[in-house]
Design a protein around this ligand. Structure first.
Ligand code: UDP
Length: 263
């Protein structure tokens, strides 16, 4: 996909108005017709605060090839600020769909990230789930810097077209910024954070019931109270979206941007 003019600005980040089918079609196009690695990153309320703190990372998101509406916060913000009716494209589900697509189309897949046992277990389970899936390599996420050239060489030698980066955010986005130019066969890099832990079963995803009620964030908070620091972003994000909306209603000629950049 070409970055669309329809990319929506959500406070200090952006999101593409894609649903799961659209995201998958875009990924397929990147692999079949692309000539370089394309970045697929997830957008959520927490990143709205963390990403802009680092100008390079912010630029990286701005130039990303596909920004998926990962969480309900972004979906609701898009509705309020742009009247856009998005549906969630959770990164964990998109990864599953990309594996299914890769198995069907013969795309070669490389997994990079997570603890060694998690990576090994996830690769095994993915292979079982998608018997035709070609997992041509994997590496845990604790490769020392001086071994990075060897890892990049290994990814290139594997001929992988799809690279899943499971280093957590912003590590995975930074890795892409630094190394995308060295990747020769990769056409799609999806930042999947802790998804391999979910697949391996070391972290449980919220049961369907919670997801259906859009309460996945609450489930994760209850399951891992240590996430409270990260989830503090949620009410703050909601407050900022509401303020932006109110300001737009009162002063419709000003762009939402100005409210956050003016001193
Ligand atoms: N991780 C890694 N290398 C590191 C630090 C973290 O591979 O140097 C992995 C970690 O093992 C976990 C994932 O990155 O699998 C981070 O998951 P988290 O849920 O924190 O990421 P998020 O989905 O919130 O970005």
């Amino acid at each position: 996909m070409h970055r669309t003019e329809r990319r929506l600005e959500i406070l200090k980040l952006w999101v593409d108005p894609v649903d799961m089918a659209g995201a998958l079609m875009t990924v397929e196009r990147f692999v079949d017709h692309g000539e370089r690695p394309h970045s697929v990153f997830a957008v959520n309320p927490e990143k709205n605060f963390s990403v802009p703190r680092d100008p390079d990372l912010h630029e990286q998101f701005k130039n990303a090839d596909l920004l998926i509406p990962d969480g309900i916060g972004v979906v609701l913000a898009a509705r309020l600020l742009h009247r856009a009716r998005l549906s969630r494209v959770p990164g964990v589900e998109l990864m599953g769909e990309i594996c299914r697509l890769s198995a069907a189309k013969g795309y070669r897949v490389f997994l990079y990230g997570a603890q060694e046992e998690v990576s090994a277990k996830a690769a095994e389970l993915l292979g079982r789930r998608h018997p035709a899936l070609q997992i041509v390599g994997r590496a845990n996420g604790f490769v020392p810097e001086h071994e990075m050239p060897a890892l990049v060489a290994r990814i290139n030698a594997s001929g992988a077209q799809v690279l899943f980066l499971a280093l957590g955010s912003p590590r995975q986005e930074r890795w892409f910024a630094q190394h995308a130019g060295e990747l020769t066969s990769v056409r799609v890099c999806q930042g999947i954070g802790g998804t391999l832990d979910t697949i391996a079963g070391t972290v449980r995803r919220a049961p369907r019931f919670w997801c259906r009620l859009n309460l996945e964030w609450l489930y994760r908070l209850l399951a891992q109270p240590s996430r409270i620091r990260r989830q503090r972003a949620l009410p703050l994000f909601a407050g900022k979206v509401i303020i932006a909306k109110l300001k737009r209603l009162v002063l419709p000629h000003r762009s939402a941007d100005q409210f956050f950049t003016s001193p």
